[in-house]
Ligand binder design. Sequence first.
Ligand SMILES: [Zn+2]
Length: 290
Amino acid sequence: MKWINRNDSEANYEDRRGKGRGKRNAAVGGLGVIVIAVIALLLGQNPFQAVEMVNNIAPGESTEVVDPSRLNENEELKVFTLGVFNSANDVWDEIFRTQMEQNYQRPTLVTFTDETVSECGGASAAVGPFYCPADQKMYIDLNFFHQLRSEFGARGDLAMAYVTAHEVGHHVQKLLGIIDQMNQYKGRISEADYNKLNVKLELQADFLAGVWVYHAQQLNIIQLEPGDLESAISATTAVGDDTIQKKSMGYTVPDSFTHGTSAQRTYWFRKGMESGDIRQGDTFNDPTLR
Ligand SMILES: [Zn+2]
């Protein structure tokens, strides 16, 4: 993926790298994070999502602690992610104006190291990148991209860009009222049925990430290079529920799927990328997803 016009604006960017929450009892804090990471692995937790609540950090007294050596950590990844984030917002601004006659409100990108707080609760890096609808911010510990490469085996620019574009996709869903509609079902339908709805939400965010790829090219922001599509597909395949569960547990529990299978995630991402047509992204009424 080559940048033709990268927007480096930091207008909607909050940099919390190297600014962690200090705990009174560091040993407990450290262990807590490890335990959470292990549990996430055992459950085959799916990275990058839209969350109403993240309660992955135990509440407790904390103060902000700055680690000067980590303030500019992963600078190259930050520049890249901010570029994708801004270009996704530029694309959605254009689509909202020309196709929906609505104003697009830009979300905020937050980069952090190890753990942070959001309106949706405290979160450690173990949750993976996420979008919090309550504060309309997307949170990412840039070290996730190293994990994407080493643990998920997804390499290349478009694999990384997909992650960010997917989170901006959740913001689009928030602005369109889709996330709020979904929340009305929480606790009122069975968990298996709610998971099915969540799969549709996640697949739509994958579709919207694909729509970004299409329009970012049209608007002369990026240019794809050989290997980019394969790179994106390596990511959409790696984060499929079936693939993650097989890897972590050795078997799959389809009722517990929350993000969709590898095949479904790849299908919807490609559909968005090849059509660029938002009208084709109604995962909620798609006959194959009943
Ligand atoms: Zn998601």
